[in-house]
Design a protein around this ligand. Structure first.
Ligand code: FAD
Length: 440
């Protein structure tokens, strides 16, 4: 089969791009390994509902989503905490993932996208050193452009020829093992506690009791779990929080989430990646739904623009503006957040985080600002006051100041990505980025 555009995996960004492209007259085919009614996970996740407007899909009705409780962040010793106080209208909303997928799928079908469900893609088809299609079992399917939206375990990105200069395998610490389980709720309480470095594991864990009947547990660790470890950690949480019952209602598995800056390069000849496969998640909390959807919109916009300019082949240079636009809107902030995340969860001495929390050297607004990737603009008075409170551990203050400074540099560097694709300029840009972010 030959078509104009193949989308590998019905991920969020892939479906958004597929819809927009099909509406513009492109022939678009999606290959998805799951069944039609089993797309994505059977649990709720948070997203920014503004994104629906952007993709021209009607906003979910109020009964289709919930407003979760505000976050309370705990430091690793679980004694010190910081409460956030975001007004309900500004909080992200929590929605059943399968309902969201159904909406995106119907939108795509309505636009004329063709779907093949239960079809697992096994790898790229190559012509010389360029991708020209995909393999599905014994079948070969060809396309002018292959959009990789297959999530963390994509069969395409790691198998691209080295000439693409796209990262094939993520380094340890660039992704997190996330256990998710929904248990029955035994008390009528409503809170969302997030613990950094729970039980001294490098990662973030939470107990979210925002829903009426379910206690949602997430345990995230940059190291794989050992046998019996999850059960022990859930048991500990149950002792600390009697609201958590013993009946597992849904979930109960471990999934992988990227928690790093977006890939330095995620386009190549006839290829563009979107979503988790390109590491488009927030490095602190792992959220990637809204970001993937925005990226899908940017990608489709640029492909449509390319055709209007009479470009019929999708070279790296033609697809490059997608990457530049993504960095400007999201990727630069994501780079900032990665540096802050490395400071918060990758250090070995958790007492530093305890000290920052205890002495209120981190404030609620800092955490929210960090999650959004904005710079921390502290006035001179506030800086002096925090310096005074942190005097006992000047080393930590210096480290924090250095981290914020590096985060700013990384953000600016992402914004300075070469506007047009020039391999040498790109490699120089990437090398400088790695100087800021990669620790030896
Ligand atoms: C426990 C957990 C909690 C999370 N909570 C949140 C949250 O609250 N908010 C948020 O924004 N994000 C959250 N995320 C992250 C979020 O899931 C992703 O960022 C988001 O799903 C975007 O991923 P994607 O669309 O790129 O890929 P995916 O959602 O992984 O979709 C990939 C699709 O490709 C298909 N596929 C894979 N391989 C193949 C193949 N070989 N052939 C054909 N099809 C294939 C899959 O079946 C799937 O349908 C969470 C993730 C986890 C694991």
């Amino acid at each position: 089969m030959k078509t104009e555009i193949i989308i590998v995996g019905a991920g969020h960004g892939g479906l958004v791009a597929a819809t927009k492209l099909a509406r513009s007259g492109f022939q678009v085919v999606v290959f998805e390994k799951s069944e039609r009614n089993k797309l994505s996970w059977n649990w709720k996740d948070c997203l920014d509902l503004e994104v629906f407007e952007r993709i021209n899909l009607s906003r979910p009705k109020p009964f289709e989503y919930e407003t979760p409780a505000n976050f309370r962040f705990f430091s690793p010793n679980e004694k010190n905490y910081i409460d956030t106080d975001v007004p309900p209208e500004e909080r992200e909303k929590s929605m059943e993932r399968r309902l969201l997928m159904e909406k995106l799928l119907m939108h795509a079908l309505d636009a004329g996208v063709d779907f093949y469900f239960n079809r697992e893609v096994s790898g790229p088809l190559l012509e010389g050193n360029k991708i020209c299609g995909i393999k599905v079992g014994e079948e070969h399917h060809y396309a002018d452009l292959i959009i990789d939206s297959a999530g963390f375990n994509s069969p395409i990105r790691p198998n691209l020829p080295s000439e693409y200069e796209i990262t094939s395998n993520l380094a340890d610490g660039d992704y997190i093992y996330a256990y998710r389980g929904y248990f029955n709720k035994k008390q009528n309480k409503r809170f969302w506690d997030i613990i950094i470095g729970y039980k001294n594991k490098r990662g973030i864990s939470w107990l979210n009791t925002s829903s009426k009947d379910e206690a949602d547990i997430l345990i995230g660790s940059v190291h794989p779990f050992e046998e019996g470890e999850i059960e022990a950690l859930v048991h500990d949480l149950r002792i600390k929080y009697p609201v958590v019952g013993t009946e597992l209602l849904r979930g109960g598995q471990v999934e992988l989430i990227p928690i790093r800056r977006s890939l330095e390069k995620f386009v190549g000849d006839n290829y563009a990646a979107v979503g988790d496969v390109a590491c488009m998640t927030n490095p602190i909390n792992g959220s990637g739904i809204t970001r993937s959807m925005i990226a899908g919109d940017i990608l489709a916009h640029n492909v449509i623009k390319a055709r209007k300019n009479a470009h019929n082949t999708y070279t790296t240079s033609i697809l490059w503006p997608y990457q530049v636009e993504y960095f400007r809107e999201i990727g630069a902030k994501q780079g900032y957040i990665e540096v802050m995340k490395n400071f918060l969860i990758s250090i070995d001495d958790f007492s530093k985080i305890d000290f920052l929390f205890k002495n209120k050297l981190l404030a609620p607004n800092d955490i929210i600002t960090n999650l959004m990737g904005k710079e921390l603009n502290l006035g001179v008075g506030e800086m002096l006051w925090r310096g005074f409170r942190g005097m006992k551990r000047g080393d930590i203050l210096i480290e924090l100041a250095h981290t914020i400074n590096t985060a700013d540099k990384v953000k600016k560097h992402y914004l300075n990505i070469p506007h047009y694709y020039d391999r040498h300029k790109f490699l120089k840009w990437k090398k400088q980025l790695e100087r800021y972010v990669v620790k030896n």
